[in-house]
Design a protein around this ligand. Structure first.
Ligand code: FAD
Length: 503
């Protein structure tokens, strides 16, 4: 087990990596193997990212994380990372801003390309890197629906995290609603943990034979992953858990927490079919309609993004070696498009091989690049099929909030649907999301828009008759994540005195 680093004793590196998931870890190992001086920063207290999350070492006798069975590279990756003596780990540490040395500064020869501000419990520091790799993963797609702020409404990833890392079952009577494969895995996990699952409501229609056959071409290389999903389905059937296709959550109801969950049948466009509402007496609603790419840090650093709804919304643009539009910055894993752990792992390798070549480390083997590219292509083919199969109807999800005008869109600043709609009506010239942010404060709070960006963009697009892409994305500002004021004072001061913010 690696100790949490508080403040880095050393701050100058060849490669600074944010994220210790499959993407960040594979990149760190490749870069260190080629002689680069590497530091990895992660908020978690252990390596592995979301998928290989572990309970604390003090929790003994637990079954091993099932992801290792289906992603066999995971175990080796974690073992190698734990044994790597030539990588500096800053765990339990949040990266909150990217800065650039001032052009034409006095000390040009020594100037490093990128500065990363990091805060941890023990203090804060400004890391210098000749290259930066952003491998910040993804987070659950927030769905604003009436009652979503009640205690007991949780995301699929959140429930999984509690069970996986803390062995905590966050309720007793569960309803699961979504369209992402993670929902099935979480339903299975809940049943195995002894929870009562009243229904798993999948919004898409039941797949037809033709659709299954069309998808089959991507299967041969990934039989084990499909077997995982099939086993989860078998287990649900064995426990007689109702699995309903064409079924969408409408709202959660209750006084001080969830007491009822309302679902209804929907057509293939996820529009409610009248007269089909049904109510479950449940204490927990688990929502799992997909993942959003975590791009705040990349956007704050000036990396261009593009709208790819099936791949996690706004994703970081990159070339075929994972280099972004911002000089000295690479991306790997989910911020480059949500595509699963295998793609993340391979993209990390590819990025590191290119970084090694760019920084002039011990020569990267061209065959390694070729082999990684080939494997990546196969993995991407599989993930494309899965993503198409489960693609969420983001427009329909965003409309759920409108059923009750008091539904909060922005939980941090307590901005309701009604407030945003009234503002749009009073200001017909407003067509971009940042104007809504400035006027209504949605997106200005603690989470920096991670919860409300998607809903506000759809409300704007719906009202103006434009696309979500045209509505745009909130500008990301440092600090991209909440940090103590002391860290801001210390690092921001240091960064501003030697550097200028990239944006
Ligand atoms: C909650 C959740 C649960 C998931 N469970 C599964 C599953 O069971 N099975 C499956 O196949 N897929 C699962 N996925 C998808 C899976 O996470 C990805 O396929 C895979 O882990 C992607 O690897 P990655 O390296 O891109 O990102 P991740 O594994 O997400 O790693 C990113 C890391 O970056 C860190 N980070 C992010 N921002 C910062 C910052 N500003 N400062 C410091 N650190 C930061 C995070 O703490 C995280 O450890 C899950 C996704 C989520 C969001």
């Amino acid at each position: 087990m690696m100790p949490d680093a508080s403040v880095a004793s050393e701050t100058s590196f060849d490669l600074v990596i944010v994220g210790a998931g499959p993407a960040g870890l594979s990149a760190a190992l490749v870069a260190a193997e080629h002689g680069l001086k590497v530091v990895v920063v992660d908020e978690q207290h252990d390596v592995g990212g979301q998928i290989f999350r572990q309970p604390p070492a003090t929790f003994t006798g637990l079954p091993s994380n099932s992801a290792f069975k289906h992603y066999p590279f995971g175990r080796t990756l974690l073992q190698q990372a734990r044994q790597a003596v030539n990588i500096t780990w800053l765990l339990g540490s949040t990266a909150w801003g990217v800065f650039r040395p001032e052009e034409g500064g006095s000390n040009q020869a020594d100037v490093q390309h990128v500065q990363l501000a990091v805060s941890s419990a023990g203090g804060s520091c400004l890391l210098q890197g000749r290259a930066l790799l952003i491998a910040t993963g993804a987070y659950d797609l927030p769905v604003a629906l009436p009652g979503w702020t009640l205690p007991g409404v949780m995301s699929a990833g959140g429930v999984q995290t509690l069970i996986k890392s803390q062995c905590v079952l966050p309720g007793q009577r569960f309803v699961l609603a979504g369209s992402h494969p993670l929902l099935l895995l979480v339903a299975d996990l809940l049943v195995q943990a002894g929870a009562q699952v009243l229904e798993v409501a999948i919004a898409r229609p039941r797949p037809g034979l033709m659709e299954l056959l069309r998808s089959a071409r991507a299967i041969p290389d990934h039989v084990s992953l499909l077997a995982h999903a099939a086993q989860a389905l078998r287990n649900l059937r064995k426990h007689k858990i109702p699995l309903c296709f064409g079924s969408l959550v409408q709202r959660a109801q209750g006084q001080n927490g969830v007491q009822q969950v309302v679902l209804c049948d929907v057509n293939p466009a996820w529009q409610a079919l009248p007269g089909t509402e049904r109510v479950h007496q449940a204490d927990t609603l688990v929502v799992g309609y997909g993942l959003l790419a975590s791009t705040e840090l990349a956007r704050q650093a000036g990396c261009a993004v593009q709208w790819q709804p099936a791949r996690g919304g706004w994703v970081v643009q990159h070339d075929d070696v994972m280099s972004t539009s911002a000089a000295g910055i690479w991306v790997a894993g989910e911020p480059a498009g949500v595509a699963g752990a295998e793609v993340a792992y391979l993209q990390g390798r590819l990025a590191a091989l290119n970084i090694v070549a760019t920084l002039g480390g011990a020569g990267a083997n061209p065959r390694a690049v070729q082999t990684t590219r080939l494997a990546l292509r196969k993995a991407q083919r599989f993930s494309d099929v899965v993503l198409r199969f489960f693609e969420p109807r983001l427009d329909a999800l965003a409309q759920l909030a409108c059923a009750d005008p008091d539904t909060l869109v922005c939980r941090c600043e307590e901005v309701s649907v009604q407030t945003v709609q009234a503002f749009l009506q009073e200001h017909p010239h407003v067509t971009d999301i940042n104007s809504v942010k400035l006027a209504c404060r949605s997106g200005m709070g603690y989470c920096q828009g991670r919860y409300c960006q998607h809903t506000v963009a759809h409300l704007l697009a719906h009202t103006r008759g434009c696309t979500v892409e045209q509505a745009g994305i909130f500008t990301a500002q440092a600090p991209v994540k909440p940090v103590p004021v002391a860290a801001l004072a210390q690092d921001f001061g240091a960064a501003v005195s030697t550097a200028s913010a990239t944006r």
